[in-house]
Ligand binder design. Structure first.
Ligand code: SAM
Length: 393
């Protein structure tokens, strides 16, 4: 343990590794692994489950807590998050693990496209949403057989009856371990005879708005924020979206299914749109929704990235943001803070950042600190919409 600094040294049954979260934050207070990673690795080591030629699939590794210690087994890794992917690549380099030994795939690839064969062991870090778990269990079914060992891990507070029921419904008989440091393992036995049904994702809902008198359908992959309905904060934002000829480039920052950018594009017909999100499924949903509304009549750019990385400095007229307050399962305002600071960099002089947020989140103070002022443009009992402008130098 290093005093005054976050502990980066991860001791496992597979060796000791230095792990850090991406993006690197000098004031980081969170480790790059959790008790569920520790428990899972301990279970694998104590039961001697891995051999040289084991085909290993790892799903939702957070920051390399599983892929790095298990790197020598040439794992296939399925990941939705850009930050997780970058963490794994960064930690592989720091620990002299040849990243070429791993096969990194995104959350929409089918596991056999990544592994190329049946899998001996599947390790799953339980995702935040039940929808994402359902999607992932449906996706892995084709690479399972009755000899596949399937172990999931998560913090006890995030493992519910509904989690167990989802495994039982899609994979087969399922049980949990006892708790260790507030984490649990979930063991599921593949049942070949089970009728698991079709993967219901992506699914869609109809917006309470029309375009040229036609309903607008919004399609969502499983990991997308508010995947089954319009978020009430987003709805309040849409009702107050700004319209101006000055907006030449509009960014939907943390776009999810792209709903804010889509509505802004409809209201500002001359603007060019940029959508960014760190989730692969979010960006793919935003692309599909944009194409379904505008086909090839409008120009847009879609970036799976960290906040605004990849967007040119001083180039954007308007940024719309409904900031996240979670990273994986942890509640944090670090990302909102990063989004606001980077907005200042990419906005052109007199460019505007509009933010919708729950009243109880103290974003007003943050925005004022970064931009020197902050205006409330609308508010209701639950939400506030803030506007800040980048002052000309
Ligand atoms: C509260 S949701 C808003 C989604 C959508 N804009 C809406 O209003 O329905 C926040 C979004 O930020 C994304 N996000 C989280 N961390 C991010 C990061 N570091 N860079 C880019 N997007 C991020 C999440 O994946 C999520 O889609």
């Amino acid at each position: 343990m290093v005093v005054g600094q976050i502990d980066r040294s991860f001791e496992t049954g597979f060796g000791r590794y230095e792990l850090q979260r991406f993006p690197i934050n000098k004031k980081e207070t969170l480790k790059a692994w959790d008790a569920a990673d520790e428990y899972l690795l301990r279970h694998l080591a104590e039961n001697d489950l891995l051999e040289e030629n084991t085909t290993l699939l790892i799903i939702n590794d957070g920051f390399g807590g599983l892929s790095i210690p298990l790197g020598r087994y040439r794992p296939a890794v399925m990941i939705d998050s850009y930050l997780s992917m970058q963490s794994i690549l960064m930690n592989a380099q720091k620990n002299n693990i040849d990243e070429m030994l791993m096969t990194l795939g995104n959350s929409l690839e089918l596991p056999e496209q990544i592994t190329g064969e049946k899998v001996d062991i599947v390790l799953i870090k339980l995702p935040k949403s039940l929808a994402m778990l359902a999607d992932q269990l449906h996706r892995i079914r084709p690479v399972l057989d009755s000899s596949t060992v399937i172990v999931a891990a998560g913090m006890t507070k995030n493992i519910h009856m509904s989690t167990m029921a989802m495994f039982e419904k899609i994979i087969g008989k399922t049980k949990t371990s006892h708790a260790r440091k507030k984490a649990r393992l979930v063991f599921s036995d593949f049942d070949d005879g089970l009728t698991a049904g079709e993967n219901p994702y992506p699914d869609s809902f109809t917006l309470p708005y029309k375009l040229d008198d036609i309903d607008i359908e919004i399609s969502n992959h499983a990991a997308v924020f508010s995947q089954d309905r319009l978020d009430i904060g987003a709805r309040f934002f849409i009702e107050n979206l700004p319209v101006s000829d000055r907006y030449r480039t509009i960014v939907d920052l943390g776009c999810g299914n792209g709903i804010l950018g889509l509505m802004a594009a409809i209201k500002n017909p001359a603007a060019r749109l940029i959508f960014t999100d760190e989730s692969y499924m979010a960006v793919e949903s935003a692309i599909s929704n944009f194409v379904s509304i505008f086909d090839d009549t409008r120009e847009a750019e879609f970036l799976q990235t960290d906040c605004l990385q990849g967007v040119e400095r001083d180039s954007v007229s308007l940024i719309l943001c409904n900031p996240p307050f979670h990273q994986n399962h942890a509640i944090t305002d670090n990302i909102a803070w990063q989004m606001f600071s980077e907005s200042r960099d990419v906005l052109e002089p007199d460019g505007e950042l509009w933010v919708v947020a729950n009243r109880h989140l103290a974003y007003h103070a943050k925005l004022k600190q970064i931009f020197g002022h902050c205006e409330v443009v609308a508010s209701n009992k639950k939400f506030v919409i803030y506007k800040v402008t980048k002052k000309s130098r």
